[in-house]
Write a protein that binds this ligand. Structure first.
Ligand SMILES: [Zn+2]
Length: 379
């Protein structure tokens, strides 16, 4: 596997590299950011997403807890009723932030969890014999699904689980067995997915619109744009290079590059303190009203991504340009292309600190909302 630091970077994949870092940072700060990478086969979506495993920061969990209970906020059936003293007595440990994958052959029980019926002695308390699923075990980390469009088409049950997990932040998982009370577990997981909308069964938003809307950001992988880049990718994908990389990355111990991990921890600290000025929040809210956006999730995603973007640029507050930059990522899968074009046209020229829409005279609500059209930013 190519490490994150060894990725070939070019214009078409920069957005995805930025988005995965945003999501890792957000997951570490306990606020999932769901990410969907769309693009042609072979553009390196899955390589980028999987390569993040070697820069993931550590999380602290109650010692031995397979659900990754935060010692300060235990949620699993075994630990959620314990007192601080009891948790201190068990102790805690550091583990790498979880990164787990759901394959297409996965069953509902493997993904969500199940009840160990053979060991169940008290049917009123099924949670005592819970067999953990992949998603609860990825709590406070990332779940990755390749070819999400195919999964949505062939596994409606797993899609329903994802809808629950991604429905709120934190989400939840319900484990049900006939004749037993349902067990519910909280899960805080960033769901990452990849797909090629040009291949069967087509784009996710056409297969299961509801699931498509659950993704905060959709990143479209561009094609490499220069002969040099394509030639480098060609060389990287050559047989000789793959053999060399296998030897280099799996058989020998390559020194761990800790710089990204350190940077992520620094950003996570700043993320606690970053703020969004009121006028910018109204600016985002106005998109919802003016363009009649279907989902409030869209503008929540814009807000969250703009905050993350500002932190990663080393700023203490969000700028108009941060918001404008993430709008296409949050809206391209939620509005038709004409609407997105209109929105982006309206936004043109607004990275200069002056907040205004380009064609205010076309807006019916201009009289009531003039502060949105021209608001001198404070910085
Ligand atoms: Zn626990």
């Amino acid at each position: 596997m190519i490490p994150f630091t060894g990725l070939e970077r070019y214009k078409g994949n920069q957005n995805l590299i930025q988005c995965v870092l945003m999501s890792v940072l957000s997951s570490y700060a306990n606020e999932p950011l769901h990410l969907h990478a769309e693009g042609l086969r072979g553009t390196g979506k899955t390589t980028i997403m999987r390569s993040v495993r070697d820069i993931l920061p550590s999380i602290t969990r109650i010692k031995g807890c397979i659900y990754n209970c935060d010692p300060g906020n235990p949620h699993c059936p075994e630990h959620r009723h314990l007192s601080t003293e009891e948790i201190t007595a068990i102790g805690w440990e550091e583990i790498p932030m979880p990164f787990l994958e759901i394959s297409h052959s996965a069953k509902v029980g493997t993904v969500a969890g199940s009840i160990d019926l053979a060991r169940l002695t008290d049917i009123s308390n099924p949670e005592a014999q819970l067999l953990p699923g992949l998603i609860p075990q990825a709590h406070r980390g990332i779940i990755f699904i390749d070819e999400i469009n195919r999964l949505a088409d062939t596994s409606p049950e797993i899609t329903d689980i994802l809808l629950d997990v991604m429905g709120n932040k934190p989400g939840h998982i319900q484990i049900e067995e006939a004749g037993l009370p349902a067990v519910e577990i909280e899960v805080q997981v960033s769901v990452w997915a990849a797909s090629n909308p040009d291949e069967e069964p087509g784009p996710l938003e056409e297969i299961r619109r509801q699931l498509s809307d659950r993704f905060d950001l959709v990143c479209f992988m561009g094609r490499p744009d220069s002969v040099e880049t394509v030639a480098r990718i060609l060389a990287d994908n050559s047989y000789a290079c793959r053999v060399r990389n296998t030897a280099r990355y799996s058989k020998t111990k390559i020194p761990v590059d800790d710089s990204y991990r350190q940077q992520l921890l620094k950003w996570a600290n700043q993320y606690q303190a970053i703020y969004m000025p009121d006028f910018l929040r109204k600016y985002i809210a106005r998109l919802y009203i003016r363009y009649n956006l279907e989902s409030i999730r869209a503008i929540e995603a814009i807000q969250q991504a703009a905050l993350l973007q500002a932190v990663m640029q080393g700023r203490e507050k969000v700028l108009v340009s941060d918001v404008n930059q993430v709008i296409p990522l949050a809206l391209k899968h939620r509005v038709d292309s004409d609407t997105l074009l209109r929105i982006m046209k309206d936004m043109e020229g607004q990275g200069d600190g002056i907040l205004r829409f380009k064609n205010p005279t076309n807006d019916k609500q201009q009289g009531n909302n003039s502060e949105y059209f021209q608001h001198q930013a404070a910085y």
